[in-house]
Design a protein around this ligand. Structure first.
Ligand code: ADP
Ligand code: MG
Length: 137
């Protein structure tokens, strides 16, 4: 079994799409090992997206991520990382396949509704960024 981290980002949270996204997570066969509502501080957002620090969109991204509440979820499933990225679709919702979460609930590359880890190692690291072992089922 593999771990991936999902985040329901502030745009989807504000739009009231959290319930529908959580429903999709469950119906796609993920176990939700940890789940919490958070409002990221700028420091937490910058720490989470540290790998993107030198990118031109870093300020926009971290400002957006601390602009409102999020829901973070530690998910477990066979091939969790790839499967979740399949379910969420491409980074730019306009390029995401029909039926994917980003196509359904995202607006543009900045406001794209959800996060997904990009590798098995990062799935674990990102889950550990938000959850202590004792908080995971
Ligand atoms: P993904 O979330 O699909 O793994 P990346 O890791 O490349 O995508 O980027 C992280 C996040 O940064 C994206 O989900 C998106 O919200 C934001 N982002 C990426 N590229 C841009 C861009 N060109 N302009 C604004 N925001 C961006
Ligand atoms: Mg990424």
């Amino acid at each position: 079994m593999e771990i991936t981290l999902a985040i329901i980002k502030p745009d989807a949270y504000k739009n009231g799409d959290s319930g529908k996204i959580i429903d999709r997570i469950i119906s796609e066969g993920f176990s939700i090992n940890g789940m919490k509502q958070i409002h990221l501080s700028r420091k937490e957002a910058e720490g989470f997206y540290e790998v993107h620090r030198e990118r031109p969109f870093f300020d926009e991204l971290t400002s957006f991520m601390c602009s409102g509440e999020c829901i973070v979820l530690s998910l477990e499933r066979e091939n969790a990382v790839l499967k979740w990225r399949e379910v969420i679709g491409a980074t730019n919702p306009e390029e995401a396949e029909q039926g994917t979460i980003r196509a359904q609930f995202g607006t543009n590359t900045g406001s794209n509704a959800v996060h997904g880890s990009d590798s098995s190692d990062n799935g674990r690291l990102e889950s550990n960024y938000f959850f202590a072992q004792k908080d995971l089922i």
